[in-house]
Every structure is written in C-alpha cells, then in structure tokens.
Design a protein around this ligand. Structure first.
Ligand code: AMP
Length: 284
C-alpha cells in the first residue's frame, strides 16, 4: 500500500519504524511529471531495497528563471497512479515550506565538477540540487539513492558531495531510458511541438555518430564535434549551448581515450532546452 506523505514529521515516523526493523531503504528523488525513465529508477530501487521512497518536489532553488519554474509540468495525481503499482512504500510530496522553512539560510556548494557546462550556464543550479539532495538524504536516512545518467553532471556532483561530506547513502547511477527513436526521455519533451519532436532525435543521432567517429579513429575529436554541431544546426537546433567531450568524472575537457570519456550536449529545439550525454568508449 503506497502512502502519500507531505510532512517531514510523517516521513521520519515511517523511516524510524523501518530502521528499527533493520530494513534497507532506497530513495528516488524526482520533480514529478514522471515517465518511464523515472520508473526505471524506481524499479531498480524496488529490486534492491526493502523499502522505497519516491520524492516529488519541484525544487525552486535549482531553477534559474521564475518562468521555467512556473512552466514545469505538475502532474501529481498521474504520478501517484504510476507509482502505486510498482510497490513504492512512500511518496513524499512536500509543499515548499516543509523543505525550506522560514529563515532557511544554509547551502551546499560543490566546486570543480559543478563549475562547467550546466554549472556555468545555470548559475546556482547545482547549489540548489546539492542542498535539496543533502536534505532528502538527511530526512530519509536512505541506504541507497537512485539517480539517472540522463543528468550526468548532476550524478557526478551528487557523488562528489557524498564523498566530500561523508554521507553514508550509496549513490546508484541508472542508464538513460530513450524513446525508440533515441530521444532521451525527459519531462521537458512534453513541451515539444510536433515539428520539434520529430527533429529532436537528431541530438542523440549526432552524438552517437560523433562518438563512433572518435572511438574508431575515423575523425579527430575536433572534426567529429564540428560535424555533429553542423548536423544539429541542420536539424533546426539553435542555439547549441555545448557539445563537448569530457572526462566522465571531472567533467573537464579531455580527449584521453584511456579514461572513461563522456560526450555531453545541451541544445535548444523549438524553444525547448534538451540535454543528453553518452559514453565514449574505445572499441577494443
Ligand atoms: P527529474 O524529475 O527530472 O529531476 O529526474 C529525476 C531523476 O530521474 C533524476 O535522477 C534523473 O536523472 C532521472 N531521469 C530523468 N530522465 C531519465 C531517463 N530518460 N532515464 C533515466 N533516468 C532519468
């Protein structure tokens, strides 16, 4: 039986009972508007943990613009209906003042891995993410927390924070779920017009083509990235904010194929900002 909970007090009561019984607890933080990508994290948590908490909280502090926050889809009833059959124990959907009570004045800032790419383009975004994730870890005392590789930089930021702050929660990264045409599932895809939706798979296509050209040595990374950027412009993406090859852990630009590399992109199509990333692994 899935319980819908709105207060930290109620959440802590459930957690205390489970912990007293020695049960393990998996946490899946989300902002709602759930799709199959989110549900894959829930299934991974369900398979590995005695208890599963899914949080639905549209965290205001990680949005850069009030318009983006206002436009974020809110579909709580549908989300609850999707989660109930998956055996989720608790859905924690607090109002903002439960998370940020009057006088709230603390913030976690992660430097290094949080600085480039999304960090540079969305100032304060990762401080908002790190702070709310640390709070959710504190509220739930989760043994494991599940995050999507879809938000690769976010995953690395959370890993860094957990290591740096000696947080006991184990961070589990889960593969990006895609539509059959390759488009990474995202709550933002619902905002795409029919025309933009049909052009959007070009992002993943251009990225996989670049990754393959680089790993087979067919093109230099510079040339492969240039070709991918041209393909994106032709498909109607504008602007392409970044399309870069990075060290998968530090997010610093790198072409060292002996390290796990990641190709990351952010680009706009039809007024919607899409992000994606893939591994760039040498063919052995
Ligand atoms: P969000 O609700 O967008 O904050 O996402 C909540 C969690 O779901 C984050 O850990 C995301 O990385 C993850 N997620 C979002 N989209 C996908 C996807 N297509 N595949 C796997 N995980 C995803």
């Amino acid at each position: 039986m899935t319980k819908l909970i709105a207060t930290v007090f109620d959440l802590r009561q459930h957690v205390a009972i489970w912990k007293a019984k020695g049960e393990t607890l998996g946490l899946v933080p989300t902002m709602g508007a759930l799709h199959a990508g989110h549900l894959s994290l829930v299934r991974a948590a369900r398979a590995a943990c005695d208890r599963v908490i899914v949080t639905i909280f549209i965290n205001p502090t990680q949005f850069n613009s009030p318009q983006d926050l206002a436009a974020y889809p809110r579909t709580e009833a549908a989300d609850v209906a999707l989660l109930a059959p998956l055996g989720v124990d608790v859905i924690f959907a607090p109002p903002p003042d439960q998370v940020y009570p009057t006088g709230f004045s603390s913030q976690i800032t992660v430097s290094g891995v949080a600085d480039p790419l999304e960090g540079a383009l969305r100032p304060g975004h990762f401080a908002g993410v790190a702070t709310v994730v640390a709070k959710l870890f504190g509220m739930t005392q989760a043994d494991r927390a599940y995050f999507g590789e879809k938000d690769w930089q976010q995953l690395q930021v959370v890993r860094r924070m957990v290591t740096d702050l000696n947080i006991k929660t184990e961070v589990i990264g889960c593969a990006t779920l895609r539509e059959t045409d390759g488009l990474a599932m995202s709550s933002r895809n619902a905002r795409l017009s029919a025309q933009a939706r049909s052009a959007a798979p070009a992002l993943y296509a251009a990225m996989t083509a670049a990754a393959s050209a680089i790993t087979t040595g067919r093109l230099s990374s510079d040339m492969a990235l240039k070709a991918a950027e041209n393909a994106l412009h032709q498909a109607g993406f504008a602007p392409v904010e970044y399309l870069v090859l990075c060290d998968g852990e530090t997010l610093q630009p790198s072409t060292d194929l002996k390290r796990p590399l990641r190709l990351l992109a952010a680009a706009w199509i039809g007024g919607v900002r899409l992000i994606d990333n893939i591994a760039v692994t040498p063919v052995s």
